[in-house]
Design a binder for this molecule. Structure first.
Ligand SMILES: [Zn+2]
Ligand SMILES: [Zn+2]
Length: 249
């Protein structure tokens, strides 16, 4: 039996992150924002949560495995176990009644902010998480999830508001923006399709630029096991390039 974390706490922190994207630039240090958005949103959520732990789309070494687990945790997008459960279930049931973040059912606002309840995932689905349940690094970050995040927040708060805003809140806001764009806007709302598959996933060029490659969502639903989402010479996937250069063994 998996103990899920309180979803309202997760969404509150993410909402503060999105609000800080709009309200807190006066406190931010732009170089720190760029560096920590790269680490937390792109490496933590896009690479760690999505392409590495959820899809196992590439292999890496032990140290980078641990580093990706910490960065994924700091993205405050849910524990790796939580994120992977929701995402693997989404891929199996995309755009059906079972899809817990289907924008046609949940609505675009709720889908953008992931205002669903993870207990909607059937208990029988736990069998699809066996690889993660056996991973001690994943389980450590799940069991000590809020302890890790709170320790990081307290450390930054002691350094000062500039660090809290630049190294945590804005990167978390960007991670939510990226996740929200993929879930809400590239499932039938707009964009183009390279592959006529059973779900409504689309690629969208502007969404793709904003999310650093995660907007090639139709390509990704066609080939979820590929770490690069590019399927056409005119498409770019900076996140896939970072995996190639930095994270892949
Ligand atoms: Zn999708
Ligand atoms: Zn995926």
């Amino acid at each position: 039996m998996i103990a899920w974390h309180p979803i309202w706490l997760l969404r509150t922190v993410q909402f503060l992150g999105v609000a800080s994207l709009i309200l807190c630039w006066g406190q931010a240090d732009i170089l720190l924002v760029v560096l920590f958005t790269f680490l937390i949103a792109i490496c933590g959520q896009g690479i760690g949560q999505h392409r590495y732990f959820s899809h196992k789309s590439f292999k890496t070494d032990d140290i980078k495995h641990k580093l990706l687990a910490i960065l994924a945790t700091l993205s405050t997008s849910g524990s790796i176990l939580h994120w992977s459960a929701v995402h693997r279930y989404h891929h199996e049931n995309a755009d059906t009644d079972k899809d817990i973040h289907n924008p046609k059912i949940l609505g675009y606002f709720k889908t953008f902010f992931m205002l669903y309840n993870p207990v909607n995932i059937p208990k029988s689905f736990t069998v699809k998480l066996r690889d993660l349940l056996k991973d001690p690094v994943v389980m450590f970050t799940h069991n000590y999830y809020w302890f890790i995040i709170l320790s990081y927040i307290i450390f930054l708060a002691i350094l000062g508001p500039t660090y809290l805003v630049s190294c945590y809140l804005i990167p978390v806001g960007f991670a939510r923006l990226s996740g929200g764009i993929q879930s809400a806007f590239t499932h039938g709302l707009m964009g183009y399709r390279n592959f006529d598959i059973k779900d409504k996933s689309t690629n969208h060029t502007l969404c793709n630029y904003i999310t650093f490659g995660e907007g090639l969502h139709n390509n990704h639903h066609k080939y979820p096991g590929k770490y690069s989402f590019v399927s056409h010479p005119a498409e770019i996937d900076p996140t896939g390039w970072v995996i190639e250069k930095l994270w892949r063994k």
